[in-house]
Write a protein that binds this ligand. Structure first.
Ligand code: ADP
Ligand code: MG
Length: 230
């Protein structure tokens, strides 16, 4: 039986606020199998970004355990967390966060600066840029690209180190419908071709329904909306 890539067990997250802590996640349980695609939906402020930040080791839960590839993320060193964050998990945000003074290709290579093997990285970047329909944009600055092209460049950068998990936080939030559909299709193609596991936060039900599973946030808890893999 296959092991989950990611398990969340009784995750609680509170932010220190006065007069009392703000409890955002009250009890989140989730299992994600390798190669799955999963959408998370829910109203603004319900804790979607909080949850992605916890999964991505950018923050730690107040209580509960996050198991990634069989390892309890709460029990490993900050260094090891940083390594996982850089090589095993890719991030895409609503805003592309590309470096404006670097070309698309250079941006794609930024995450490879910490671990060398640059020859192979350039090759992979070019392959991914082609996959994302950006081959002819490789040497342009992000400012010259459309919003959709920038987001696709951000996806290429997120995948350059071949992570097994891609976390995307409203990746289509700044795009028009065409751009959004194109980006979603790219993510799903990569999901199928590279067995990339996808966790996508989105406001768009159209995009959510393209994924294998849709989970909905309500009152700090995640509920399955369609289908189950149990
Ligand atoms: P969503 O992504 O679903 O819109 P967030 O996870 O960003 O929701 O935020 C959930 C709640 O937690 C909101 O009430 C927000 O104000 C609060 N929050 C988020 N980050 C912090 C933080 N670093 N410190 C304090 N409160 C926070
Ligand atoms: Mg958010």
């Amino acid at each position: 039986m296959a092991e989950p890539l990611l398990s969340l067990r009784d995750i609680v997250k509170e932010y220190p606020e006065s007069p009392r802590p703000l409890r955002v996640l009250t009890r989140v349980n989730l299992e994600v199998m390798p190669g799955e695609s999963l959408a998370i939906v829910g109203p603004s402020g319900c804790g979607k970004s909080t949850l992605l930040n916890l999964i991505g080791t950018l923050d730690r839960p107040t209580s509960g355990a996050i198991i990634f590839k069989g390892r309890d993320l709460g029990a490993i060193s900050e260094n090891e967390c940083a390594r996982i964050r850089n090589t095993e998990i890719g991030f895409v945000f609503q805003m592309h966060h590309l470096l404006p003074q670097c070309s698309v290709l250079e941006n794609a290579l930024v995450p490879t600066l910490v671990n060398s093997n640059s020859g192979q990285s350039v090759e992979r970047a070019q392959k991914l840029l082609e996959r994302a329909g950006l081959s002819d944009r490789a040497h342009q600055l992000p400012g010259r690209l459309s919003g959709g092209e920038r987001q696709r460049a951000a996806v290429v950068r997120a995948l350059i180190n071949q992570p097994s998990l891609l976390l995307a936080d409203e990746p289509t939030g700044s795009l028009n419908q065409d751009g959004a559909e194109q980006l979603a299709r790219l993510l799903l193609d990569l999901n199928r071709e590279e067995a990339l596991t996808l966790v996508v936060v989105t406001h768009s039900m159209a995009i959510a329904q393209m994924m294998d599973r849709v989970l909905e946030f309500r009152d700090g808890v995640l509920n399955e909306r369609t289908g189950t893999h149990e």
